[in-house]
Design a protein around this ligand. Sequence first.
Ligand SMILES: *Cc1c(COP(=O)(O)O)cnc(C)c1O
Length: 397
Amino acid sequence: MSEFPPLLPTFARADIAFTHGEGARLTAENGDVYLDFGAGIAVNALGHAHPHLVKALTEQANKVWHVSNLYRIPAQEELAKRLVANTFADTVFFTNSGVEAIECAIKIARRYHFKKGHPERFHIITFEGAFHGRTLAGIAAGGQEKYLEGFGPKVQGFDQVPFGDLKALDEMIGPHTAALMIEPIQGEGGLRPADAEFLRALRKRCDEQDMLLIFDEVQTGVGRTGKFFAHEWAGVTPDIMAIAKGIGGGFPLGACLCTAKAASGIEKGSHGTTFGGNPLAMAVGNAVLDVVLAPDFLPRVQKVANYAKQQLGSLIAEYPDVFEDVRGQGLMLGLKMKVPNTEFLDALRAKKMLAVGAGANVIRLLPPLIITEDDVREAVKLLGETAATFQKKAAAE
Ligand SMILES: *Cc1c(COP(=O)(O)O)cnc(C)c1O
């Protein structure tokens, strides 16, 4: 058979299609209801079919969808103003995805040094286990061989050192270094948090050597860890930050935020996008912030997250042959597995619960931020039932 699938076969998809959802539940074509602790890889921050988001999107759909950035887009100005008011940033560029926000961050950092008369300072140092998206620069920044293989010469200007290794970092920093880029908690790399002290050390080096600090908060941002942004836990602010995933609540939306200083190399024409920040995306982004920035929202996320972490702690104690530890922060939780994570995820899905894999044999639990303690109890029950089938297997061997 020479027939090639009409969909480029880049994903190992589960054979399941969902027709609709509500909150943390997704319904499949056959009527089965799944507990969604994957949230489309940390995207559906407010769950499925959140009434406020549905209203914002449908109202905007009846007005105007797209005008391009040749004209003012008031909702874009509004969302930028709100992000600036609630973060370290002075200015925002909107994109359609995480990796475009990363590309923007890289361009801003390179341009900063170019404008200061140092075009040779274009190298960005990243950290082993990183994931920064799948464009050519994204895979070069991530530095993972499995994503680079076969795609020609690696885009120049990315140097990598082990995660958390200051000595290696100091040896790598040179006259060509423009910026350091890090995820405050590595997501795809296996839920590995950078400790606050390490982030402070990065900040210090950037201040001392006129480098820019870039945080990739594409996954950790917009309430995922219980703060608006994960770096708030460490009290360290970047010069540039890429966000996406949660900010659109399921609508494709990303942004690159930065300080006025970092943006000093940017002028009219330096960068652009056709779709980025279009009225539909902006309506949803503003609606997401209406909910996430309400005073009681993030404290509630922290509370349910603490409960989840405590319950998961008991779960791993009960199944020591299956789970090694629980890691992560807020509702970005990981279970380090002693059995293959992919097999466990398949078994969990058979019990009608969704979660996401990660590197280092970790399972990511990334539920919508609106989950309740009842949802946590149900998830822990399903995880326990699944673990029991593996524990038995382990005992029988
Ligand atoms: C998902 C992700 C990206 C890439 O986002 P896309 O929208 O897939 O381009 C980049 N960095 C991190 C940390 C991510 O989790």
